[in-house]
Design a protein around this ligand. Sequence first.
Ligand code: FCB
Length: 491
Amino acid sequence: MSRWNSFNRREFLSTAFGAAASFSIVPPGRRLLGELLHPQSKFAPLQFPEEFIWGAATASYQIEGAWAEDGKGESIWDRFSHTPGKVKGAATGDVACDSYHRYKEDVALLKALNLTSYRFSISWPRIQATGSGDPNSKGLDYYKRLADALLEAKIRPLCTLYHWDLPQKLEERGGWPNRDLVARFTDYVDITVRALGDRISHWCIFNEPWVFTFLGYARGIHAPSRKNFAECMRATHVVNIAQGQAFRAIKAINSKLQVGTAFSMAHCQPATSSDADRQAADRAHALGNVWFVHPALHGEYPKAFPGDNPLDLMGVKSGDMELCRAPLDFLGINYYRRQLVSAIPPGAGEDATGVHNFDAHDGPLTDFAWEIWPDGFHDLLMRIAHEYKTTPLEITENGCSYLDCPDEHGSIPDERRVQFMRGYLHGLGRALLHGANVRAYHHWSLLDNFEWAEGYAQRFGLTYVDFRTQKRTIKDSGHWYAKLASTGSLT
Ligand code: FCB
């Protein structure tokens, strides 16, 4: 079956323009929300461009299992999940989806879903058990086998170098707030890309730098479970330098490799139309969305505090901002929800930004209680496309948790996920129509998996995993997505 339909970009735009015209009758937000609440009603159909890439995403700790096999060292997530009280249901990633042993089955799933890009991550402690020293060839071999299986299936490997599983030994030496991590990380990146750069052409340096620094070092709800705002801010700066250095290390190996990062982003909407709330929403955007983008593309931090950014607290030294600079080849966007933002009097810790952000609950909620508001996705994409005009975008994650399980026939009827995807992909399609240069969409996730502090209590997969038997079953949403991926036609 042909991967692509026959539309080129221009035809897509004219088709989509027709679709947009029908949207102008009703305010788009209303219409989309109405659609989600009434799944039978129809969107105007959209045809995605022929070259658009459809994919799915996972991450090493969430799917691989084999936590202590073939020379792998302990990661901060092994330590965190093995510490009582940290993860719901005392769940761990010790086995997870056992993808370390079942990767061929997972590549076959991607193929069955007609996908042409797979975003996965490399576990650093599989490559360097303690975070430094000679590489573990068994670890590298696993990723070589995985990449070869993908290439054989004509699926583009999009590899993330760091999706949160820091070697525990490096945490014991200070973790991300310690500047030594820059050299350690660059060394790991150099080893890994030298070994795999012949097979893998597209790389994400980090996954969601805001999430692992803030949830791990300021709020303590993710590994390594620290609660110290100053350390968190230092970690953000170390990560920004590491991003720049890793970029240069990869380009030195092969300047043709395509390098970006997957950034977590939310549509930050002022809670009211007051000037104070609007300014607070801009600060929330600066810290939450582009704190790791702006230093790379413009060599400076965006303004995220009512006064000056706390550069001393962050340990910024002269010359550092040049190190942070990296002309990323693409920006990866992980988008899940919008945030409402109101201004508060600046206080201590995170409150120093004078921002209170909270989840909106105007739209329907997923089983994780995340609000569905596809317009937010469109608006965020338009803002990023406007602010960073020349850099192509890839959606590196977007998805929803629903707990649907097999019915008496063994199918998984998850109509709500289909409706979620229709809504968000329509938002994305309209952003393309309005000029955003988005070239790929990766659904989170290929498989139900270990959802961090939630353990196995959330199911984000296009494929249902029975964790007792490891049996995988494509959900109805997976079949729906497979059809979209082969035709590009969103109806
Ligand atoms: C993102 C993470 C990803 C997954 C989804 C639901 O923040 O990058 O690993 O857990 O959320």
